[in-house]
Design a protein. Structure first.
Length: 482
């Protein structure tokens, strides 16, 4: 039997308790395990037993147990589940698998035994469909003689209308104001900390919340600003870029506002330790020698100490200090500072380590004296995925940034120069662009072109263009209302 999941606004506000959280976490771990081993495997059997025990307790009390995905959120028996950081990753992985199959949720009757559930889990974990169709899976359940499992189809989302030119222009102006205010706030906080003064964090918290609101409404307007590179004091812009990237990932992961606030605050001040290093070192135009690197590698520890000494202690500050300390420690525990005992880094640190690397390599500042094109940086990072970065987070970041990040200058096959405005998730190689010039020179009016549309099929991206090489002021283009 199949039906559509319906979750009312009243039900959305009812939060799951520890029983629901334990059940859904056990289910997700079991589903993930089933992707790699068969049902007779000892590891799978252990996970299956944990889930069945949690299911049995709940089913004996309620008679029917449901797990649904609605608007990217997870509901158990129509109660919203709030995950910790590791749970968020598991939930996102399962959500992606279900979406690829057309599943919006599942309900288990109390008549089910563990063998039937095991068969269902292995079916969902291993089945390959040419198109999203949960009815095909329901048909296979009937063929296997499994009754008592109801599949829900995916919610039919109302297509979002395209932004009008006026609305797009308004959002871009708002994004610019928020972005440059964030840079100013970072500069003020670092200046106060450099003089060992107690820092007023009220402005920092307000600007983080403004960034969260902006990203939730229109992430591309902020992401395109991260491609501006000609700042005199790059450290402040870099910290803002890292904050934008990190918050965008947090929003995609479904973090609640409190967790987003913690993440954004930590991102803004992950590099605060650099204020304790010699200015000549930060601004050094040449490649670092061994002594320079030894000094630079002190900034994570200096950052943690600075945050704890100069910022009034609370949850935000504690998390920020930990991220400042850990953001150069890799997944394989290389990097710096060296740990006396290996332990997993904080989830926020994993996010910020990833986006910090991307922005540093594409900027050509401090660590790399020559900027690397973003597509090449992403290839390098993917190659090192299982060594330096969390694989799931890196794949998510690539889906956000795309092959051609917003703000990238490109050459089209029509000999037009264009700036990438936003990515098309369905095809990262065919973004929305804004044509800004051609062989005749710069355009007086810019034309927005969606390369996914059939009428633009002849426009293909030839290569990324270095704006400096051709004397093109990418900053003025990005800040223009044309």
């Amino acid at each position: 039997m199949t039906t559509k999941p319906m979750v009312s606004e009243k039900e959305r506000l009812e939060l799951a308790g520890p029983e629901e959280l334990a059940l859904v976490n056990a289910f997700f771990v079991m589903l993930k395990t089933a992707q790699y081993v068969d049902s007779n495997n000892a590891t799978f059997q252990t996970q299956s037993a944990k889930f069945y025990l949690a299911f049995r307790r709940m089913a004996d009390e309620r008679g029917r147990v449901s797990i649904k995905i609605s608007d990217g959120r997870i509901f158990v028996c129509d109660r919203l589940v709030r995950f910790d950081s590791d749970g968020l990753v598991r939930a996102r992985i399962v959500s992606d698998v279900w979406q690829s199959l057309g599943i919006g949720g599942v309900a288990f009757d109390d008549s089910l035994d563990n063998r039937q559930i095991d068969k269902f889990v292995h079916l969902v974990a291993t089945i390959k469909l040419t198109e999203r169709d949960h009815n095909r899976i329901a048909e296979r359940l009937r063929e296997l003689g499994i009754e008592g499992i109801t599949l829900f189809g995916m919610e039919q989302k109302t297509p979002q209308p395209l932004l009008t030119a006026e609305k797009r222009s308004f959002l871009r102006r708002a994004a610019r104001a928020t972005f440059f205010r964030a840079i100013s706030v970072v500069e003020d906080v670092m200046a106060q900390a450099a003089e060992d003064k107690e820092v007023d964090l009220s402005k920092a918290r307000r600007v983080v919340h403004s960034l969260i609101d902006q990203i939730a409404e229109d992430e591309s307007s902020l992401i395109e600003l991260t491609s501006i590179r000609d700042f005199d004091e790059y450290t402040f812009a870099h910290s803002t870029n890292v904050c934008v990237y990190a918050l965008t990932m947090g929003v995609r992961l479904g973090m609640d506002r409190q967790r987003l606030s913690d993440l954004g605050f930590a991102a803004l001040f992950h590099d605060i330790g650099k204020i304790k290093l010699p200015g000549d070192l930060i601004r050094k135009p040449d490649a670092f020698d061994e002594n320079d690197w030894a000094q630079m590698q002190r900034h994570p520890l200096l950052g943690a100490k600075t945050i704890l000494r100069n910022l009034k202690f609370d949850r935000n500050v504690a998390r920020a200090a930990l991220v400042a300390f850990e953001h150069h420690i890799n997944e394989d525990f290389t990097g710096y500072p060296a740990l006396t005992a290996r332990r997993p880094t904080n989830f926020f640190s994993k996010i910020i380590a990833l986006v910090d690397t991307f922005d540093a390599l594409t900027s050509g500042r401090v660590y790399m004296k020559k900027a690397i094109p973003p597509d090449e940086v992403l290839r390098k990072m993917m190659y090192q995925m299982n060594i330096k970065f969390d694989a799931f987070l890196l794949k998510m970041f690539v889906s956000i940034i795309g092959i051609y990040p917003a703000g990238t200058l490109i050459l089209l096959s029509t000999e037009e120069l264009a700036v990438v405005v936003q990515n098309n998730p369905e095809n990262l190689a065919r973004p929305v662009v804004k044509t800004v010039g051609d062989r005749k020179g710069p355009h007086t009016e810019y034309l927005t072109v969606n390369l996914m549309l059939v009428e633009n099929a002849e426009r293909k991206i030839v290569r990324i263009i270095d704006p400096k090489k051709y004397g093109i002021d990418i900053k003025s283009i990005l800040l223009s209302d044309r």
